[in-house]
Write a protein that binds this ligand. Sequence first.
Ligand SMILES: Cc1cc2nc3c(=O)[nH]c(=O)nc-3n(C[C@H](O)[C@H](O)[C@H](O)COP(=O)(O)OP(=O)(O)OC[C@H]3O[C@@H](n4cnc5c(N)ncnc54)[C@H](O)[C@@H]3O)c2cc1C
Length: 808
Amino acid sequence: MKSHAKGVVIGGGVVGCSVLFHLARHGWTDVVLLERDELTSGSTWHAAGGMHTINGDPNVAKLQKYTISLYKEIEELSGQATGVHLTGGVLLAATEARLDWLRGVVSKGRYLGIDLEVISAKEAAELMPLIDPKQFVGAVRNKEDGHLDPSGVTHAYAKAARKLGAEVERFTKVEDIVRRPDGLWRVITNRGDVITEQVVNAGGLWAREVGRMVGLELPVLAMEHMYLITEDMPEVADWNKKTGTEIIHAVDFDGEIYLRQERGGMLMGTYEKANKVWSEFSTPWNFGHELLEPDIDRIAPSLEVGFRHFPAFQKTGIKQIINGPFTFAPDGNPLVGPVRGLPGFWVACGVMAGFSQGGGVGLALSNWMIEGDPGADIWAMDVARYGDWATMTYTNAKVRENYSRRFSIRFPNEELPAGRPLKTTPLYDTLSAKGAQWGVAFGLEVPLWYAPEGVKDEFSWRRSTDFDHVGSEVAAVRNGVGLSEISSFAKYKVTGEGAAAWLDRLLACRMPKPGRMTLAPMLKEDGKLIGDFTLANVGEGDWFVAGSGVAEQYHMRWFEAHLPKDDSVQIKSLGQKLTGLAIAGPKARAVLAKVTRADVSNPAFPFMAVATIDIGMARCLVGRVSYTGDLGYEIWMPPEYQRAAYQALITAGEEFGIGMFGSRALNALRLEKNYGSWAREYRPIYGPLEAGLDRFVAYGKEAGFIGKEAAIAERKQGGKLRLRAFIVEATDADVIGDEAIWHDGVVRGWVTSGGYAHNAKKSIAMGYVPKEIADRPDGFEIEILGKRHAARIQATPLFDANFERMRA
Ligand SMILES: Cc1cc2nc3c(=O)[nH]c(=O)nc-3n(C[C@H](O)[C@H](O)[C@H](O)COP(=O)(O)OP(=O)(O)OC[C@H]3O[C@@H](n4cnc5c(N)ncnc54)[C@H](O)[C@@H]3O)c2cc1C
């Protein structure tokens, strides 16, 4: 075994082998994979081997499509059969709500190039003969469904990687990982050490244990999972004989079942409600090729539905039940990427669908390690979407919830209860008493809307119980003044003698003068967005930065990776050590003036001013800015002052009829201003010109900034896409995000977010279309729940297009 390598991949399951292959294919051949046993000694060997392109996140779906397309290449390169059967499949809906969901999936598929088609239950039964069509209301046909041989695929990746020059060391157990003073990693194994720059944790069932070697508690947990294989079935034999083809795959969401042909019988797996965690705290090292004890009682309710939906199963015997463990992250998507604070340490774990996702994970990670960028939008898989708050107990609650809901519908207005409330601000009880309906962002409870006594969200794809109440919250802001909790923003403090110069280079904007704020896009070397912030020059070398709350860990990883080595700059993420309130609306200044002795008149405290001001008795940092697009203020205070500040504002606001507003009202307000937001409109695949943030980029900045050359090139060439706001002729349902945008009868773009703008009384969608059609006056349609609705571009904001309110 070599003693030095450019990179070490720990784990020879399907994921580790894919990472190794992709590193080697990308040119890194001085890499070695260490496997404690034979390859496939974790969850990989007993997988059902199903693969599919569908995923809730379109970017993950793209990587799944890539994974499936890769099998031919690795088979040819390695000479190892992968056993791929691209049978196609049907996704079945037993309820209208499920069919609505499937229509959304089809709409997403259109711009992803995934060939999906809504069909009737009868048509589904013609394609898949075991279905009782009376049990279903419709289905979707997917041609890119199939199964493969899990061991064959894993060995094909490994052999192909070896052919390209990478090495695989079996029976080599990593026992510890130590960071040396020179920054290299010492990977300690039972067969000696390997010194390396880069370590990848692809430890699968043991990813937690490998993480713990470097002091990391990863939010992953294994669950037991069962599938059964039937005796040979005459129905299967007849179909094979009659058509010369295999029986296609089926997913019966309402039965929580997936099916496929296995030799002369069928394989049926289920994500049962009464699920079971496996190895809650640590995974035994002596676990390997054994299976777990099947427990038919646990899956009996699903089987009952299965027997009803697929009657042929009633007449057949069960040949074998497989029960094996595999890992999940709290939201069911993989954990991929570099780990904040551990330079050169990467994770590729929590991959619950290794045969659909393994290739995409390997591709993204190898790009990231070699090029410094994953080369795709992989936010939904990024390990940085979790922070320290994702503890073992939280993970346990969320993984169990996610497993039991694997095939359940999640409505756009549905908040999942497990693991909550976890982080709350001091106002939690006060706002709950006012009817706050809570959502969650980066572990923190955030008010979505305020419900009158006895009213709560009715889950639906369509406008629901909250509609009129959110409308009233919007009206309170636009007609008077509203107050909201804004603690869920990420907040950073930047200090030190080098702070100004560092921020100037990191952010693409011009630096604001003391007492002023600016909007601050942050770019990568390739000129695409990696953040968008509000930057405040608080004075005396202090800088305050506010950004997307869900991206706190993501941005801290970026900031820290770009800090100068000489300690001249300090950056601190303030988390909930700084809480916030916002007031907005034409009466906002009147309210503020009542609670402070500071001069907050327009000349003294104009738009984009920032100052430390006492709000009642509480010292706060106040910025004159509002995401509502109205006259408004963001007010920041340590948590111990939040209640006092809140009380002062509410009391002062009484005479102006101050109302509470939540994040749904905020969404309605920002939509009529054409404001985008991070993780929706602004993501690392768009340039500032495409995203409409170019007006905040100081292209001529002498000091330069990261991504400057690429941003200038984008401006010259014009980029490819444009973000646009559309008014949609929708009646009872608005866009959620990820719907297809049609132009002249062809799918040309996708929706990033939207909703109903109550003040303007319009249904709005924001989304990207090719620049060539971005200024066309007509011809657009936006698909909602399978129906195309006429849409037209709204170039200027519907509210306050001339900034008269905002700057008044
Ligand atoms: C019953 C069942 C059915 C499934 N069906 C499907 C399906 O139909 N489709 C699908 O896509 N997925 C399916 N899965 C999930 C699939 O198995 C996983 O997504 C996949 O195996 C994850 O692979 P991995 O490489 O991340 O982890 P693992 O397969 O667990 O591999 C990790 C490897 O790392 C090695 N390792 C760990 N620690 C060390 C160390 N310290 N030193 C050296 N080596 C180490 C282990 O020995 C192991 O070989 C199923 C799983 C189960 C249990």
